[in-house]
Design a protein around this ligand. Structure first.
Ligand SMILES: [Mg+2]
Length: 299
């Protein structure tokens, strides 16, 4: 029995489009044949590496770690949490509207991200407080993510974490959960929205290059050190949880084998059909990394 057959037989919540079965078998066969030296991994962070929910409770995203705090105040005395929620109510329906064209959504997404970031700037946040928030938050890695990342680091297989969330929160969270992962290190990299602090650690502003839900494809990674790391590695495993995450490899040239694994949170039959068209392997409502680990171990 092939690896894919085993995975599908043992996991009824894992799906592959019927028309892609042979193709996926071939990709996995090539990934195994080419081995680790040809491989790199590109992963989204929020709700791909982290849990979407636990025991029926929704867990926070990187933005959510700050936005769910009930003590951060804006200059007018209102709570950052309430203002952020107002933004979410306005823009999230646009983000997930299936009838609206992506190009139409983009200006709203930019407005949302900029407004959310501006609230952080107004809130007088500093580095040490962000540390506190992350260490107190209930953000949690999916079960098996630590094992997955350590496996990559040990074999010096490059991993890029490509996030439209907050890079600083990811860094602090890894300090806590996977201290072996270092940003812009030998085989571990983060491309995301990063905060600029002043010399006292006060949050001043954000990087100019904004990454939101729908522009991951526009981010040229040529000027990052990650590009050098993957020059001779044409095979990639992509891991994401939104349709926009497919764009993470948009700026990479000369790729040979691409295995796209999508986590579908809050799945419905209609969403599953769309995800099966976009991703090679779709994993529904699963808070573990069992399937990616199973595949990685073979390579
Ligand atoms: Mg995500």
């Amino acid at each position: 029995m092939s690896l894919i057959e085993q995975i599908l037989n043992q996991n009824p919540h894992v799906h592959i489009h019927d028309d892609k079965r042979v193709y996926v078998e071939e990709i996995i066969h090539s990934l195994i044949k080419d081995g680790r030296n040809m491989l790199h991994v590109v992963a989204d962070f929020d709700f791909t590496l982290t849990m979407y929910e636990k025991n029926g409770v929704r867990l926070p995203s990187t933005f959510g770690v700050i936005e769910s705090s009930d003590i951060i105040k804006l200059p007018d005395g209102s709570l950052l949490r309430d203002k952020s929620e107002q933004l979410r109510l306005k823009y999230h329906p646009i983000e997930i509207d299936v009838h609206m064209d992506v190009n139409e959504k983009i200006p709203y997404m930019i407005e949302w991200w900029r407004s959310a970031q501006n609230l952080f700037v107004l809130s007088n946040l500093n580095k040490s407080f962000l540390h506190e928030l992350v260490f107190q938050s209930n953000m949690e890695l999916k079960k098996g993510v630590r094992e997955f990342i350590l496996d990559l680091l040990t074999s010096e297989t490059p991993i890029l974490i490509f996030s439209a969330g907050l890079g600083d929160i990811i860094e602090i969270f890894f300090e806590k959960e996977i201290p072996e992962f270092k940003h812009n290190h030998k085989a571990s990299h983060i491309v995301s929205n990063f905060i600029r602090y002043d010399t006292d650690g006060k949050l001043l502003t954000f990087n100019d290059k904004l990454i939101h839900s729908f522009n991951k494809n526009e981010h040229e990674i040529h000027d990052t050190s990650y590009f050098q790391t993957i020059l001779n590695r044409p095979n990639v495993i992509l891991l994401g949880d939104t349709l926009g995450d497919i764009g993470m490899i948009g700026g990479m040239k000369n790729l040979k084998q691409i295995l796209k694994i999508g986590y579908l949170n809050h799945s419905t039959p209609a969403k599953l059909e769309v995800y099966k068209n976009v991703y090679d392997i779709v994993i529904c409502d699963d808070q573990t990394f069992d399937v990616p680990n199973r595949i990685l171990k073979e390579i």
